[in-house]
Each structure stands twice: as C-alpha cells, then as structure tokens.
Design a protein around this ligand. Sequence first.
Ligand SMILES: Nc1ncnc2c1ncn2[C@@H]1O[C@H](COP(=O)(O)OP(=O)(O)O)[C@@H](O)[C@H]1O
Ligand SMILES: [Mg+2]
Length: 549
Amino acid sequence: MAQTTTEKIFSEFREHSVAEFFKKNQQMLGFSGKTRSLTTIIHEYVTNSLDACEEAGILPEVTINIREIDKERYIVSVGDNGPGIPEKHIGKALGQMLAGTKFHRYAQQRGQQGIGASGCTMYSQITTGKPVKVISRYDTKKISCEITIDLKSNSPQIRNLVKEEGDFGHGLAIEAEVAEVKYDKSSFGVYEYVRRTALANPHLQISLHDPEGQDHSFPRSSDIIPAKPVVVQPHPLGISTNDMIDFAHREREFKRVSSFLQERFVRVSAAKVDELKQLVPDVDFNKAPSELQWVEAEKIVKAIHNPNVKWIAPATDSVKPIGKAQIEKSLTNILAPQFIAVAERSPKIYKGGIPFMVEAALAYGGGAGKKAGDLSSSEVIRYANRAPLLFDNSGCAISEAVKAIDWKRYKLKNFEEEPLSVLVNISSVYVPYTSAGKQAISNDEEILQEIKNAIMEAARDLQSYLSGIRRDADRKERRKAVLRYVPQLSRDLTELAGKGSPKELEKTLLHLIETKYSSEIESEEGEAEAKNGKNGNGKEEKEEDEVEE
Ligand SMILES: Nc1ncnc2c1ncn2[C@@H]1O[C@H](COP(=O)(O)OP(=O)(O)O)[C@@H](O)[C@H]1O
Ligand SMILES: [Mg+2]
C-alpha cells in the first residue's frame, strides 16, 4: 500500500476523552430506554445523597421533584441535607467523569467510579443542551452555579457562579432538564425505585413530587444512622492482575514490591512474601512497585492463588448490613404486612478474599406483594448495598435463588400468586455485578448458595406461621361441622332414652366440645414450644447444612 494512502487513513487518527466514550456508550451508564433513563438519574442523585449523609453522619432527608414540561421532557430536581460540595470541587464532582471522593477506595459505598452525577450532567446536556443547576450549602456559604462538561476534554465548565455568605445550613440541590425520558408507574419507574430505597433505608426520609402533581412521602422509621463506611485494604485473593498493576503503579510510599505487598494488603506477612518469592524466583521483589510489569504482576497473582499457599480469610467488619431490627421496622412501616420473617446471615467470604453478607426478608399478607385490584402476586425486591436493582432481573443471582426454592415446602402453594414480598440485600465492599450497569449480581456459586440459605431460613419462619394459620382454620372448620349436629343429636338421644331434656343435653355436649378444642390448642402450643426450646429449627436446619457442605 502506498505510503500516502496509509497517511491518509491515519490522518483520521484521534484521541477521545472518557466523556466522549460515555456519550457514545450511554447504555453503560444506565441510559437506555426512556423509563430506565429517568430512574437512572434519580438513582445516581439519591445514592450520592445517601453516601454523602452517611459519611457526614447526618440523618438523610431527600426531596425529589419531577415536572413534565413537554412530551418526554422533564425538569428533575433532587435536594438533600448532606454536607454539600465545596466550591473548589463542585465542578469536577458534577462535570468531570471519573472524578470523586470514592474512587478506588475499598469501602462499602454506593458510588465508586465517579461517573454517576457527571453522567447525568452529560445526559442533560446531550438531550436538551442545558446545563445542570446546582446549589451547594456548607459552612457559612451558599454557592449557586450552572455546570456542563466539555466532552472533548472531559472537563467541567462553570457558569453564573454566585456566592453568598450567611447561615444557610447544609445540603446539595441539583436541577437537571432532561429529554427522551418517561415517568411511569411500572416496576422500572421512579416511584418504585423510591419505594424500594425507602424500604432498605429506614433511616431515610424521602419524598417524591411526581409529574401528575401527587406527593409520595416515606417518613423515616428509625433514627439510627448507619455506621460510616470503613476503608479496608484488599485481601490478595480478591484482586486481579489488573488491580495489582493499578495499585502498584499508584504506590508512592513503599519503595519495594515486597513492602508494598505487605503494607497494602491484609494478611500478607513477611513470611508470606517469602513464600511467594520462592514460587516466582524470577520476579524481583526489591524493585519499585511503579516499575512492576504486567507479566510480573500476573506471576505474583498466580502464586497467590497457588493451592499450597494458605491464606487467612479477611476480617468481615467492612461489611455493613441493614440489620434485622431495622428491616422489620421499615417493612412494618411501609408494607404493614401480617407477618415478617427476617434472616440475617453471618458474613461470608467469596473467592477466598472478599467478604460479603446476605440478608433476606419475607413479608406476607397485608400490604405485602403486588396488588392489582383484589388480586395479589408476589414480588422480589433485590438490593446491593441497600440500593435497589430494578433491571436485568433475569441474569441476577437473587432471582436465580428465588427460582430455585421449592416454595411449596414452605406452605406457599403458588409462589406467583401469594401476597408476598421477598427482599434480599447483599452487602459487600466489592459487589460482583454482571455488568457496568450494576443491576444484577453475578451467579457466583458461593454467593448463590448463601442467598438461598438466607431465603430458606426466613421461609421456615413463614412456614410455621402459615401452618399455624392453616391448623387454626382446620380446627374451626371441624368444630363448626361437629356443632351442626349437636341440636339434632340431643333431640334423638333424649327421645331414644325416653328421658331427660334435649336442651340440657345440648348444653352438656356443647361444653364437652369446647373443652376438647381448647385443650387441643393448648397441647399444640406446648408441643411447638418444646420443639423450639429443644432444637431451634429442627430438621430443616440439617437440610441447609447438607447444602453448605
Ligand atoms: N449530594 C451530594 N453531596 C455531597 N457530595 C456529593 C453529592 N453528590 C456527589 N457528590 C460528590 O461528587 C462526587 C462524584 O459523584 P459521582 O459522579 O456520582 O461519583 P461517585 O458517587 O461514584 O463518587 C462524589 O464522589 C462526591 O464527592
Ligand atoms: Mg455516585
């Protein structure tokens, strides 16, 4: 090929910024489909508010307002009482991709990549050409401005900045005008997102003013602020070669690979480093971490996974669940069901190095389940670190686990048609999502099994409750049937015997029947108590252990 042709082709050679990349690949940020795009915007803003309040130790109050200004064009505003964003950082926080306070920090937070809020800024800009309007209140300041992203350079542009001094309290309010979105009441819509967020965050007070002018308010049911996220060091078994390179190349403090490994990861002692050295003698552990090559990192990671190298599992205190009592409170508050069963499992480890924990709750009767007129159906509500997962239901480990359960064993004849809400929350510093959309949990065997165990544990409580109800109903039926014969029987007997009063006999028989039924109830209750006292969940517990082995 002539050189001129090659040069001509390469005259088209360009570099692209990450912002341009995401403009072309919006679906990776959750901007696909009109309903989903609007839910994504709410999700990004609300999770940021929750993260910020948690970090600042503030009981969160979030207000959402959505106005339709034209067909499929809305003004969305979200306000919170969090710490706000200082002037110095506001541009990058909301107008630059891959920028934020949570980036690459090993902590259990909702946001991580620094593309949520800036993704919304981009979406507003490319669908309406409008900037987002922001008001940040903190210390004694109030900053108002408009922010857009220069997509070519992935850098923020701030306009109409106004600063005021005074006592304005604290919080952040963002207003974005967006098009090609739709508000609807489907299970993928904003209302459902907000309801589910409220369910998993009893400490949150959240309200939604919808485009039809209706107000939906979810008051908080608990004053307990969740513990601050703790930043933890990764366990060697939990990281890939790519992570290893990332960490090593960012290392400034430790001069050698050996000390970097010891200091930046948990459970790596000097003796462990020696073990690794033996396995990969051609890697120089004295070189600077910033000089670590891909092949070397790959060898080290392989050595870490060598079955002869034994690791102590990481501590699990980084995992912050919602908590049993908190779940019960919010279910009572929002669903008002007849019965609640919550299973809070102990933290477990997956892939040998990543702690996680599963909570499952079943709410039955009352406001539980989905309602359509008089008909109820079951609903499965999935969460990762308390954030609802509304999309990609079919590929998710939680959906798989629910499907795998034999609900009939637990006295639910037809799972689909029961007034039942199944909630599952998985908490981890590193939730294994199936894709960048972060809407489904990958089907890792260890995680799947743990979710099943949690659901079964809760299902056993529900089963006892339901069999109690069934027994009660059966007993009432039998009693009614027997009572029907009493007047006739009394008449016939006195007539046959040729003496006594039918009325007297009727009274005696009725007394006899009532005594029998109440003693039956007592003995059943006694039996149930004895069983619980002796052996907790009895036979079913064994079944689960079998599965775990
Ligand atoms: N409501 C808010 N209150 C305080 N800080 C916020 C808020 N929203 C966003 N931020 C800041 O902006 C940064 C970028 O947010 P975002 O783009 O959603 O990324 P991420 O949440 O992944 O860090 C956050 O890390 C945080 O520092
Ligand atoms: Mg975020």
